[in-house]
Design a protein around this ligand. Structure first.
Ligand code: F6P
Length: 326
């Protein structure tokens, strides 16, 4: 394989740049030409390819976002869109593709491979950590640390005013960010989509009367539990215990930005090299991941369709340290 392309797609994740750097440099190391695709699958459809050099990826390992830009492409969801992309790759002499992204990105990559037999390797890049086939996804560790930093700050003001804070974190329909940031931030509870929680359970946990209003409380709520759930819960708690001063803080997209942590930079570098080596070794429709410190390749089909449950050991820990997890 002499010429490959790399793209980033879906929600950006800190560490994507470190991965692009690794793909470019590993590709060049193995004597390949590497093209960057600008704006994910849309860029592939439009033929937005740019030649990458060792220098073009200098000074990006520490940067959040993605120098290649990202998009959620509607056109690539169609058979026609994927056919256009295939034509562009062929016309540009590209023989292999590395896609860095999450579930949606891999769904597109899998269809692309099935329809055109084009060699493609996925790299898990999403703050949600919701992909089977890798213990961690690129960006997750950074997002957790960003959430943790915010939680620490919220704790200061919560304590000063003796308030109950519901802190909503990202994670799409999983509780990975919520569980880890709740443990690290010493939160009283983590409310995650993996387990339905009623307002009554939260109220019971907070207690009644003096017990409920004593000191401050911090509850981490995963966004995927139910849209707007943090606000709803806060209101229901307030209605049940009017003396409580409840507040909601939605952390939102700050969790997607910022310099990647060391863990994310190393993971991204390793998976970028792993993806190039996978293509060289003739693998296709696979995702490069790290499980128990070992580089592994999982079929895109499994990566998308198999569930990776939130570690029950972590859930058990929250129960021991803070009472109960819901
Ligand atoms: O998949 C990453 C993620 O940040 C999710 O945690 C969140 O639900 C979603 O993307 C937000 O997407 P957008 O940036 O398109 O609003």
């Amino acid at each position: 394989m002499k010429k490959i392309a790399v793209l980033t797609s879906g929600g950006d994740a800190p560490g994507m740049n470190a991965c692009v750097r690794a793909v470019v440099r590993a590709g060049i190391h193995y004597g390949m030409e590497v093209m960057g695709v600008v704006k994910g699958y849309d860029g592939m459809i439009n033929g937005s390819f740019t030649p990458m050099t060792r220098r073009s990826v200098s000074n990006i390992i520490q940067k959040g976002g993605t120098i290649l830009k990202s998009a959620r492409s509607d056109e690539f969801r169609t058979v026609e869109g994927r056919a256009k992309a295939f034509k562009q790759l062929k016309e540009n002499g590209i023989e292999g593709l590395i896609t860095v992204g999450g579930n949606g990105t891999f769904t597109g990559a899998k269809l692309f491979y099935e329809e055109h037999g084009f060699p493609v390797i996925g790299v898990p890049g999403t703050i949600d950590n919701d992909l089977f086939g890798s213990d961690f996804t690129i960006g997750y560790d950074t997002a957790v640390n960003t959430a943790l930093d915010a939680i620490d700050k919220i704790r200061d003001t919560a304590d000063a005013h003796e308030r109950v804070f519901f802190v909503e974190v990202m994670g799409r329909d999983t509780g990975y960010i919520a569980v880890r940031s709740a443990i690290g931030g010493g939160a009283e509870m983590a409310i995650i989509p993996e387990k339905l929680t009623t307002a009554d359970e939260v109220i019971a946990k907070l207690g009644q009367g003096a017990a409920a209003t004593r000191g401050s409380h911090l509850i981490v709520v995963a966004e995927g539990q139910k849209p707007g759930n943090a606000h709803e819960l806060a209101q229901q708690v307030k209605d049940a215990i009017p003396d409580l001063d409840t507040k909601v803080s939605t952390l939102g997209h700050i969790q997607r930005g910022g310099a990647p942590t060391a863990a994310d930079r190393v993971l991204a570098s390793r998976l970028g090299v792993g993806a190039v080596e996978g293509l060289r070794n003739g693998l296709s429709a696979k995702m490069a991941g790290v499980i128990n410190h070992e580089l592994v390749y999982t079929t895109l089909d499994d990566a998308i369709n198999k569930r990776k449950p939130v570690n029950p050991e972590l859930v058990r820990m929250i129960e021991i340290l803070n009472g109960r997890i819901y």
